[in-house]
Design a protein around this ligand. Structure first.
Ligand code: BTN
Length: 253
């Protein structure tokens, strides 16, 4: 099934829906490699048999109730060392969309790009890039968003349904997501990183609060200051700055 979104101008010009697939990220990466698809192709599915999350985790979501989608970007203007910036674009698009559907709720981005509501995860993002020479040949932005799922067992997660008591139309939600991601992407192209980064930091979970973290030398108290120019998390602990990559630090509480 194919559909064209009316609102965005680059992303979502071509959309592919699959009732079931392995992983929308894997499929889009394959298509980008093998058939040179154009920037903006969106693939979404009702169910993934091998959904992938960050840090090699699986992404599991009930059939038909959630958003499982991937968007193809070709950010030739970005140096490979700045690929992390696509995490900010995606996180701000997801956050803005959730805020527009749940205006009363406090929604935050947990570094680098998990989206949280009331200490529970509501969406996750997996950006995977392919570098050729000194350029990003393409990048795939994968989004898993808990939309109409009614329970998560023991998992610390929530959904738009659980927060609002209402079921939402998946395609309308996806169209808004694509529009908001496109807006942040175009803002980055036109105006550079500053505005995007400022907005991201203003919505960052635990920023400026004294919290407990864990790294490979154990637990420590610290306060998130922001991110550095390579996207690392910067934590101030006893007036000393520590810099962390994704797998190097855990948020404890
Ligand atoms: C995370 O670990 O928080 C990131 C989850 C990303 C899941 C999405 S679902 C659509 C796309 N396809 C995948 O296999 N993963 C991403």
């Amino acid at each position: 099934m194919h559909k064209i979104f009316a609102k965005p101008s680059i992303l979502g010009k071509k959309v592919i829906f699959l009732p079931e697939c392995h992983s929308t990220n894997d499929l889009l990466i394959k298509k980008a490699r093998e058939s040179g698809e154009k920037e903006g192709l969106v693939i979404y599915s009702d169910y993934q048999t091998k959904g992938r999350g960050q840090r090699g985790n699986a992404w599991v979501a009930e059939r038909g109730r959630n958003i499982l989608m991937s968007i193809l970007l070709k950010p030739a203007f970005l140096q490979p060392s700045l690929q992390y910036v696509l995490n900010l674009v995606a996180a701000m698009g997801v956050l803005g969309t959730l805020k527009s559907f749940l205006p009363e709720k406090e929604i935050k981005v947990k570094w680098p790009n998990d989206v949280y509501l009331n200490d529970k995860k509501i969406a996750g993002i997996l950006v995977e890039g392919n570098i050729k020479g000194r350029q990003i040949d393409f990048a795939v932005v994968g989004i898993g968003l808990n939309l109409n799922q009614k329970g998560f067992g023991l998992t610390n997660a929530t959904s738009v349904y659980l927060e609002s008591g209402k079921e939402f139309d998946k395609e309308a939600f996806i169209e808004e997501l694509v529009t908001q991601i496109e807006n942040w992407y175009l803002d980055l192209v036109k105006n550079g990183l500053d505005n995007l980064k400022e907005n991201y930091l203003n919505n960052l979970l635990w920023k400026g609060e004294m919290k407990t973290f864990q790294d490979n030398s154990g637990l420590f108290e610290g306060c998130i200051e922001g991110i550095d120019n390579s996207g690392k998390l910067v934590i101030n602990t006893e007036n000393q700055l520590r810099y962390y990559d994704v797998k190097e630090v855990r948020f404890i509480g």
